[in-house]
Design a protein around this ligand. Structure first.
Ligand code: CTP
Ligand code: MG
Length: 461
């Protein structure tokens, strides 16, 4: 088995390790960026530093990746407002081919250059992480730690990153809630190799606590805790959800048992077309509903938690009104939001049972009878069953769209989403959901949801 695993890893590395030409291209762009950042600094007679960080600097990037992280370091005496302004100015000067402004702890420029996407992030130069003024001030310390401790194990990091990509759990963004690049580097430093990290992961339990160069034991309450070697107060794995954590354990076990190249590459699923979706729904006999609206100004990390809250709000409203959901999902693409619900029961008869107090409770009995004896919604009753009053009444909402159209302002949600829904929303059903091809891919993944292991059984829809 060991041999097979080594073969698979060699084959995968052939695909993911950048070769000479690609490296040269990256370094050419990096040199261009650094030179123009330094020139922009010199023109303003500033005393700021320029450094390359992240996977491009540590040589842990994967072939095909096109992102470069550049940090502009300012003296701690620089007022925050000035640091932000200069950071943006320098970023814009580098971005001769266009840019976006992104918002993290402070705004920064994401520049496009020669087919690459370059984050130009201003930060303060600090002596130690205990003097941190913003979260990004920690990053240069990560850079130093990884450079000093990773040795020659960059390929092991590449394998781990690609393996996590295959399982759909690479990236600490809130839409993914998975493992960051830095976390992969730390796991390789801790366990010595890609295989070492997997061997450890296969017996992880919820609450696994990993330290690298410290003894600190603290409560973080996360499924996985990896104490940041440059800052004991931070859990590097804070973003890893219980689901991502569990998927990693399962994938590690599967790979060790049956090493296969497919584990590293997410399965390609062709987008669903109308015909395919029609057939799937005919077989499942469910109905698919999407609540579609726009959130034009929200970046992914801000939009996702709100969309999750709104989705949970709709789910609990559905349950309260006797509708039954099988599963749901969230689609978000640059402002275009779609909350998806696959429904087991989406239309209900008008009659509904309502059980009242027990007959021996005098006060409640009177109240119940007073209310329902004269109510126009009552179809039958009040009558007594098992010692309690019962009425059969007309329900207010008999279909999914009717419920959402009426209740969208009172459901649990975020203010931004409530506002967006006041401006307008659509409820799409079944084939109406295929309004563009990326939604077709999203729906294909929704119905093909399975673990990316080779030992899974292939099913056809
Ligand atoms: N970083 C961090 N916390 C985050 C995200 C990023 O501290 N939540 C820091 C890390 O030190 C990381 C650097 O910012 O190395 C760059 O981030 P990113 O590009 O997301 O990660 P990379 O390590 O460059 O990995 P990748 O190969 O995915 O680009
Ligand atoms: Mg990066």
């Amino acid at each position: 088995m060991k041999n097979k695993s080594a073969h698979v890893q060699t084959d995968v590395l052939k695909k993911i390790k950048p070769q000479k030409k690609e490296r040269e291209r990256l370094h050419h762009v990096i040199n261009r960026v650094i030179t123009s950042a330094q020139a922009a600094i010199a023109r303003r007679t500033l005393r700021a530093t320029v450094s390359l960080i992240g996977s491009a600097a540590r040589d842990t990037w994967i072939s095909g990746d096109r992102d470069i992280d550049v940090f502009i370091g300012f003296n701690v005496n620089t007022p925050r407002e000035e640091m932000e302004r200069f950071g943006l100015e320098i970023g814009k000067e580098i971005a001769v081919e266009g840019y976006d402004i992104q918002f993290a702890e402070h705004p920064y420029v994401k520049a496009q250059l020669d087919g690459f996407s370059i984050d130009i992030v201003p930060h303060y130069i600090i002596e130690s992480t205990s003097k941190m003024l913003s979260a990004v001030d920690r990053t240069p310390f990560h850079q130093q730690f990884v450079t000093e401790h990773l040795g020659g194990k960059q390929d092991e990091v590449r394998l781990l990153k690609q393996f996590l990509k295959g399982a759909g759990i690479y990236g600490a963004e809130l839409r993914r809630k998975g493992f960051s690049g830095y976390l992969c580097e730390l796991l390789v430093i801790k366990y010595g190799s890609f295989t070492g990290a997997l061997e450890s992961a296969r017996s992880w339990k919820v609450g696994t606590y990993i330290t690298i160069n410290t003894d600190r034991e603290d409560t973080f309450g996360d499924p996985l805790v990896v104490i940041d070697p440059v800052d004991v107060n931070r859990n590097v794995a804070a973003a890893v959800s219980l689901e991502s954590f569990s998927i990693f354990i399962d994938s590690a076990r599967s790979f060790i048992e049956n090493p296969c190249p497919q584990c590293f590459f997410p399965r390609e699923v062709p987008p669903l077309d109308e015909n395919a979706l029609h057939n799937i729904l005919k077989k499942r006999k469910t109905a698919l509903f999407g609540v579609k609206f726009s959130l034009p100004n929200l970046v992914d990390d801000v939009a996702y938690p709100q969309l999750e809250r709104a989705s949970r709000g709709i789910q609990s409203t559905l349950r309260r009104h006797d509708f039954r959901e099988l599963r749901g999902d969230i689609y978000y693409d640059r402002g275009d939001a779609l909350l998806l619900f696959e429904m087991l029961a989406w239309e209900l008869p008008a009659a509904k049972r309502h059980t009242g107090p027990s007959v021996d409770s005098k006060r409640h009995a009177k109240k119940f009878k007073d209310t329902y004896e004269s109510s126009p919604t009552v179809l039958t009753g009040p009558f007594i069953e098992g010692g309690r009053y019962v009425v059969e009444i007309q329900r207010k909402f008999t279909s999914f769209p009717q419920l959402i159209k009426s209740e969208h302002q009172t459901m649990r949600s975020s203010e931004a989403i409530r506002q967006a829904m006041r401006w307008g929303f659509e409820i799409l059903k079944d084939e109406e959901l295929l309004y563009d091809e990326t939604v077709g891919v999203f729906l294909a993944r929704f119905f093909n949801r399975t673990l990316n292991n080779c030992d899974r059984t292939h099913r056809s829809q």
